[in-house]
Ligand binder design. Structure first.
Ligand code: PLP
Ligand code: COI
Length: 344
């Protein structure tokens, strides 16, 4: 498939091979300069650390066209920093953060034809990832690593983007206390595959995980943080926990709520029973892929919580937050803090 064959307005969230990826190798204690490659397959030893012990982490960000025709991405320095933190926790050598951002620029520029047109609703999803490459059989970190960036054009993560989803509370946990929930390790997603398939088999869009120690507090979903709105749109509440991913979208939304929309922001422990007692008017899932997806209903083993905003449309406050965020991203609203990173 070529970019000219894509129906941008109807794109789903699936992988499509583009022209170039970026690849760099870590050997003898250092990263090489890296280069663009047209080879989208990887050959490695059967005993590679990533295949045996899942030593891998990744990131996700997006590039898109602004109204005035520039190609930009959103807060890549924050992704670079988070990948640094993931690497440290997994005993992997971080790719230098400035070079990381340069590599993102390089691979996006090389795939410019795949950056969707302004206003199409599609974006170029950028997936940097790193893994332990050389063979190990005793449980230990690899000595050699591959860092790659693939890009692929995508539409909304949830079909119908603005249509509310229904989430369920799984019987499984996402991350152990003091575990890897706070980093973007591939293993966190491997463990979510069975629960998400179970959720889909029961007709739900996503799982909302609880804290594994007490199973009374809200954590996050398999691929997004959660935010709640209360007090008639005056307050945004978002769960505080060491074992959820520090979402860049969530942090940006909290800034927007507080500094641009005059809202109060509470970053605190959120108990499931507060949610089930209808303390909140709106609930949303936020992340790079999800942007903000509204949640209309929670089904906790048959105990239903309906949000005031309902199952038909996104509530008014999430709508305002979403349009402010996407307005900043597309250059229509003034950028509050150098978030929009120009590539071309
Ligand atoms: N939580 C999880 C588990 C995720 O996979 C993601 C996606 O990156 C997020 C939250 C949202 O993070 P961000 O807004 O940085 O994309
Ligand atoms: C992202 O939002 O970038 C993610 O990595 C989430 C993933 C579930 C697609």
């Amino acid at each position: 498939m070529r970019p000219e064959d894509i129906d941008w307005g109807n794109l789903d969230f699936n992988y499509r091979q583009t022209d170039y990826s970026f690849v760099s190798m870590y050997r003898d204690g250092k990263w090489d300069d890296g280069e663009l490659t047209k080879d989208h397959n990887i050959t490695m030893n059967e005993c590679a650390c990533v295949l045996q012990y899942s030593q891998s982490c990744f990131e996700g960000l997006k590039a898109y066209h602004t109204k005035d025709g520039k190609v930009v991405c959103f807060r890549p320095d924050a992704n670079a920093k988070r990948m640094h933190d993931s690497c440290e926790r997994l005993e992997m050598p971080p790719f230098p953060e400035d070079k990381w951002v340069e590599a993102v620029e390089k691979v996006v520029k090389a795939n410019e034809a795949w950056v969707p047109p302004f206003g199409s609703g599609a974006t170029l999803y950028i997936r940097p990832y790193m893994f332990g490459y050389n063979p190990v059989i005793g449980v230990k970190p690899a000595d050699e690593y591959m860092f790659r960036i693939l890009v692929t054009p995508v539409g909304p993560y949830f079909k119908g983007a603005l249509k509310p989803v229904e989430v369920t509370i799984p019987d499984f946990d996402r991350a152990a206390p003091h575990g890897t929930g706070g980093i973007k390790a591939g293993l966190n997603y491997a463990m979510s595959l069975h629960p998400i398939m179970e959720a889909h088999r029961h007709g739900f869009n996503e799982n909302m995980y609880l804290d594994p120690a007490t199973r009374t507090k809200i954590e996050e979903t398999g691929g997004a943080n959660v935010i709640f709105i209360k007090d008639n749109g005056k307050t945004l509440v978002t769960p505080l926990s060491d074992s959820i991913l520090p979402s860049i979208t969530r942090r940006s939304l909290c800034y927007i709520a507080e500094n641009m929309l005059g809202m109060k922001v509470e970053h605190r422990v959120v108990y499931l029973n507060e949610v089930e007692d209808n303390e909140f008017d709106e609930m949303g899932l936020c992340g790079t892929a999800a942007v903000i997806s509204p949640v209309g209903r929670i089904n906790n083993h048959g105990k239903i919580t309906n949000f005031k905003s309902g199952m038909d449309e996104m509530g008014p406050t999430l709508t305002k937050l979403r349009s402010t965020l996407t307005g900043i991203q597309s250059g229509e609203i003034a950028d509050p803090d150098n978030w929009v990173h120009e590539i071309k």
